[in-house]
Design a protein around this ligand. Sequence first.
Ligand SMILES: Nc1ncnc2c1ncn2[C@@H]1O[C@H](COP(=O)(O)OP(=O)(O)O)[C@@H](O)[C@H]1O
Ligand SMILES: [Mg+2]
Length: 358
Amino acid sequence: MIAKVQTIGIAKRYGGTTALEPTELSVQAGEFLTLLGPSGSGKTTMLQMISGLIEPTEGRMEIDGRDVTDVAPGKRDIGLVFQSYALFPHMTVWDNVAYGLRMRRMARRELRVAVDAALTMVRMNEYARRYPRELSGGQQQRVALARCFAYRPSVILLDEPLGALDKKLREHMQGEIRRLHLELGATFIYVTHDQDEALTLSDRICLMNQARVEQIGTPADLYDRPATRFVAGFIGHSNLLDGTFEAEADTGTAAPSAALRLAAGGRAPLPHDACAATTGTRGCLLVRPETIRLVDPDAGFSAGVISDIVFFGSDTRVQLTMSDGSLFNVRCARTEKPRIGERVGLLWDPQRTTLLDA
Ligand SMILES: Nc1ncnc2c1ncn2[C@@H]1O[C@H](COP(=O)(O)OP(=O)(O)O)[C@@H](O)[C@H]1O
Ligand SMILES: [Mg+2]
């Protein structure tokens, strides 16, 4: 199947700075793909090269299998929405949405239908005659979305569009963006540094770090099978346990290992799918806080002393201090009654852990 958007070794350098290493990205028609990563990881650079606003230093770009590397932004059938709404302050909401269609010389009657439909879609019909300054931030962002949707581009690029909104409104608008994606059926490429937003919205997430793609996959892939320490630490809460491989009955040979001797104390069995490693080499085990059970101090794979307890409504987050001073996070059901200062054992299902490089 031909991808809707395909980058082939696309890269960007500014003098000695690499904003994006050569990158392959394939986005299917109708997909919601999120570029997620910390500030400065190359997300905006990637998005702007797809839009055509930034010229790549090397590599190519295809839309529907057609090379568009040298095609101007306005001729790529792409819509853009930014964090700053960039509405024209002297134009009404209606005229702001109509502006792009007038530029495209759409016939008057057709234009009226398209503007009304776009305003209906973002539920801003009643505000058509207002000016941007008479709207809240959330309403202005809806107008910016309508302005982009009005000409029905088949690819829509959004760069931190909810970044300026407060938490409650941002969560509401996430729901709206999901609905609009379904209604429009367009391909969405969305930039955010907020992992919750990425997990909520995306069919797939492309996690970026230091100008490269760290891992691409569904939200569940990244959560359950992170490829690197960075992914494990960035997505969800995690305990990253460093240790040294040792064989089942340690005979001191270099036989493939079945457990990790933990720096924090104790010994953790490895998941069945973990690659055999040489005894004595170092590894790292990811254990998610919600997979852990508190047991008697001697009954767990490891043990620690409870140093903090935070009530979170639906569950309780318990922090333990381990023998090497490192911290360990556990999420408990409300029915458990941990106490600060108590020494407890930690038990989990080895099959729900992930072995990572040290
Ligand atoms: N016009 C530019 N000139 C020089 N360096 C730039 C320019 N644009 C971006 N960069 C650098 O490229 C890197 C990636 O930037 P960007 O794509 O904006 O990251 P993100 O959107 O993930 O925060 C950063 O280190 C940034 O400083
Ligand atoms: Mg950015």
